[in-house]
Design a protein around this ligand. Structure first.
Ligand code: PMV
Length: 364
C-alpha cells in the first residue's frame, strides 16, 4: 500500500467474538509559525507550514469499543465532552468517522463511545481542533493496531496518525510530532508531503526544545470566522498567489533560522506571518477583523519591551485575538515579570496560559 493511499478493505474483523476495550491518547495543540491559510482538494494545503508542538494545551480522548450489537450499517457513536453528552460535536465526529471508513472499515463493526476533554478552558478562545483531531487520529491508529497488529513501526504509525488527523483538521496533522513539525511539500525537507506532517524536532536548534509560548487571552468571545470559512476566503483573494509564494519563502528562511538557532530571524518571520494572516482576513471579501484593541496594545508594549531590553521575545497570532508570546527558556524570569506587570492587566479576566514546546502526544 502506498503511503498516499491508506484505503484498506481488508481491515475487517472476522469474528464478533471481540473483547471490549479502550484506548486513551492525550495530544497537544500546536502553534504555526509559518501559517497554513488556504486549502484545496481534501484538506490539502496551498502552502507548507511549520509549527511548534505545545504541551499544556492538550485534548485527552478516550475511545471505548465493543462488538456491534445491531446490524445497522452506519457508525455507532456516543460522545461525551467533559463528561456531558454533546450533540453538535457528536454530529461532527460522526461525519468525520464516516469519511474515514475506507481507511478503517472495521469502525462499522463496532459500537464506539468517545469521551473527550481539553486541558484549557473551553471559553479561553483557544482553537481546539488540532489537539482534538490529533488525539482522535491517534486513537484510531492504536485501535487498528490493537485489532490487526498492523502499525508496529513507530514512524509508520505516526505517519498514518498524521494523515488521518489531517482529514479531521489540517493543522492537527502537525500535533503528532515532538517540538516542531512541517506539513506540506517543500524541496528543503526530504520526505515532506501535503498529505501528512513530518517531524522537525531533531532538526532544530536546542533553543527551541523548551521554547515558551504564553497565550495572552485578549478575548474569549466566539471568533467571527470559522477556519473552514477562513480558508475559503483565500479563493479569489487578490493576494492569494503572492501570499503562497511569500509563505514558501518564509518557510525556507524559517527552516534555516530554526536549524541555526537564529532567534531574530525566527521572530521576524513569526510576527510577519501572524500579521499577514490577519491582513489577509481584513482584505478578504467579506472582510474579518479578529484583532481587538487590547491585542494591538499588547503588541506595542511587547515591541517596546524588546527594543528596551534587547531580549529575543516575539509574538504570533492564531485566527483570533489572543497573543502568543514566544521566547527562549533563559529569559523566562524577566519575560514573565513583564507579562505579569504589563500584559496580564490587558487580558480578559487577567487570564493567560503558560505553554511551551514539548514532547508531543502521549498514550495513557
Ligand atoms: O486546521 P485548521 O483548518 O483549523 O486551520 C488552521 C489555520 C491556522 O491556525 C490559522 C494556521 C495554522 O497553520 O495552524
Amino acid at each position: 500500500m502506498s503511503a498516499t493511499d491508506y484505503k484498506n478493505p481488508h481491515l475487517l474483523l472476522e469474528t464478533a467474538d471481540l473483547e471490549p476495550g479502550e484506548i486513551t491518547w492525550h495530544s497537544p495543540s500546536n502553534l504555526a509559525i509559518v501559517k497554513y491559510w488556504g486549502k484545496h482538494g481534501i484538506q490539502m494545503p496551498k502552502n507548507p507550514s511549520l509549527s511548534l508542538t505545545l504541551s499544556s494545551s492538550f485534548t485527552e480522548t478516550l475511545l471505548e469499543y465493543r462488538p456491534r450489537e445491531t446490524s445497522e450499517t452506519g457508525i455507532s457513536l456516543e460522545f461525551f465532552f467533559h463528561e456531558e453528552p454533546n450533540e453538535p460535536f457528536r454530529a461532527k465526529l460522526l461525519k468525520y468517522l464516516e469519511s474515514v471508513t475506507d481507511i478503517f472499515p472495521f469502525l462499522r463493526q463496532l459500537d464506539l463511545t468517545i469521551y473527550s476533554g481539553n486541558s484549557f478552558p473551553h471559553s479561553a478562545g483557544i482553537a481546539s481542533s488540532a489537539s482534538a483531531m490529533s488525539a482522535l487520529g491517534l486513537c484510531l491508529c492504536s485501535l487498528e493496531h490493537e485489532l490487526f497488529g498492523t502499525l508496529d513501526d513507530d514512524a509508520t504509525f505516526d505517519r498514518k496518525a498524521s494523515y488521518v488527523s489531517r482529514l479531521g483538521s489540517g493543522s492537527a496533522c502537525r500535533s503528532i510530532f515532538p517540538t516542531a513539525a512541517l506539513w506540506g511539500e517543500t524541496g528543503e525537507v526530504k520526505g515532506s508531503s501535503d498529505l501528512y506532517a513530518v517531524p522537525m524536532g531533531e532538526e532544530v536548534h536546542t533553543v527551541f526544545k523548551h521554547f515558551h509560548d504564553d497565550i495572552l487571552i485578549a478575548s474569549t468571545a466566539a471568533k467571527s470566522v470559522s477556519s473552514r470559512a477562513g480558508h475559503g476566503l483565500m479563493e479569489g483573494h487578490p493576494f492569494a498567489e503572492p501570499r503562497y509564494a511569500d509563505a514558501k519563502r518564509n518557510l525556507n528562511r524559517l527552516i534555516l533560522a530554526m536549524r541555526s538557532g537564529d532567534l531574530e530571524e525566527f521572530g521576524r518571520i513569526a510576527e510577519n506571518e501572524a500579521l499577514t494572516l490577519h491582513g489577509l482576513m481584513m482584505s478578504s471579501n467579506p472582510s474579518f477583523m479578529l484583532l481587538k484593541p487590547n491585542t494591538l496594545e499588547m503588541i506595542e508594549r511587547l515591541r517596546q519591551y524588546r527594543e528596551e531590553t534587547k531580549h529575543p521575545v516575539y509574538f504570533s497570532l492564531d485566527a483570533g485575538p489572543n497573543l502568543h508570546v514566544l521566547y527562549p527558556e533563559d529569559i523566562i524570569s524577566d519575560v514573565r515579570g513583564f507579562i505579569e506587570e504589563e500584559l496580564k492587566p490587558l487580558c480578559e479576566d487577567e487570564t493567560y496560559l503558560q505553554d511551551w514546546a514539548g514532547d508531543g502526544p502521549v498514550q495513557d
